[in-house]
Design a protein around this ligand. Structure first.
Ligand SMILES: Nc1ncnc2c1ncn2[C@@H]1O[C@H](COP(=O)(O)OP(=O)(O)OP(=O)(O)O)[C@@H](O)[C@H]1O
Length: 329
């Protein structure tokens, strides 16, 4: 690339329990030092940032995000919509997406420098993305950045889509302002454990229907979520397939015993855990299979999370889009 590149920058001051603010300053400094032109699209919320980013990206050469999985998620949507490469400066709590893409472990200045060098040298790596469609998968207007009537029918996930136990843990953890960081997730796991409940899922895996009771269903493009929980240890974001992980119903004491093994990925050896590869998965919960709300007539919707963000509720369809995004690496 000749001349000074123009980067659409999205930062998140609240990511990484506040680490994002310092990382954003470092990225800004480094971009200035390298003579990169910057359109900082950061707004006061994710949805405002997203709206501004769509405007900024139309004339940009790349999208660069500073933050955690939520920011990588936001950046992927903008980059894919404008056919731009995505750079990630990891500054989140978990940074599972960055780790899965081989971008973690760099300080913000180094990560920024690497992304700019890749852009200037025309180096980008194609990675798969999960296109999530259906149900109210459009997510909340806050999350999608669009008013409800204009909300996109599809979300792009770089990391893991999950329903069941992990989604319930996320719901619980997101309702708390304390503790911060990874401790919040771990505490939410402990709290959710006794309440865990298997749901009856209807799946269509690469066109083949099946029904199963499961504690958790995860569709993984990269290997981990929740800050290093290697739910699908062999997931590869460049193989054109997702890893479908299901966990059969288990008693609480057995979940508590197996759960720590997810950090090493050894949980996949447990007979209740099944891992297989697929290109598309339709996922729905059996009517009446969702949690019952106190005082409500019908079951509560079964929430679904992707890249640690609430995507909506089942049913939804997840398709691998091979090489659907270019990352600056
Ligand atoms: N400009 C902003 N102002 C306030 N909140 C934002 C902004 N941009 C994004 N957010 C929200 O902040 C939340 C956390 O973002 P992010 O995922 O980057 O950090 P994290 O949760 O600390 O990291 P990780 O997801 O890797 O654990 C997300 O839900 C995102 O929607």
């Amino acid at each position: 690339m000749s001349g000074r590149p123009l980067v659409c920058l999205l930062t998140n001051p609240v990511s990484g329990a506040g680490r994002g603010r310092g990382a954003s300053l470092a990225a800004h400094r480094e971009l200035g030092r390298l003579g990169v032109r910057v359109f900082d699209a950061t707004g006061s919320s994710a949805s405002r940032s997203l709206r501004r980013a769509h405007v900024a990206a139309s004339g940009a050469d790349a999208v660069l995000v500073v933050g955690g999985d939520g920011m990588a998620h936001l950046g992927a949507e903008v980059a894919a919509a404008h056919d731009l490469p995505l750079g990630v400066v990891p500054a989140g709590t978990g940074d599972d997406v960055a780790r899965g893409l081989g971008l973690a472990g760099r300080d913000p200045a180094t990560a920024t420098r690497r992304a700019v060098a890749a852009l200037q040298e025309g180096r980008s790596r194609a990675v798969d993305v999960l296109a999530v469609e259906g149900g109210d998968a459009v997510g909340s207007p806050e999350a999608s950045g669009s008013p409800p009537e204009a909300a996109p029918r599809e979300r792009l996930v770089l990391g893991v889509v999950s329903a069941g136990f992990d989604a319930a843990v996320n719901e619980r953890a997101n309702g708390w302002s304390w503790p911060r960081g990874r401790a919040r997730y771990v505490l939410a796991v402990a709290r959710e454990l006794p309440a865990r409940r298997a749901l009856r899922y209807r799946l269509v895996v690469d066109g083949v229907p099946e029904e199963r009771d499961a504690l958790l269903v995860a569709l993984a493009n990269t290997s981990s979520f929740g800050g290093g929980m290697r739910i699908a240890p062999d997931a590869d974001a460049a193989d054109g397939r997702l890893e479908l992980v299901t966990v059969d119903p288990l008693p609480a004491h057995e979940v508590a015993r197996v759960f720590p093994q997810v950090f090493s990925g050894r949980h996949v050896d447990h007979p209740a855990v099944t891992v297989r590869r697929a290109r598309s998965v339709e996922l729905a919960v059996e009517p009446g299979g969702g949690r019952r709300r106190a005082g409500a007539a019908g079951p509560a919707p079964a929430p679904v999370y992707g890249d640690g963000e609430r995507l909506g509720a089942l049913p939804m369809t997840v398709r691998v889009r091979p090489g659907g995004l270019r990352v600056l690496a």
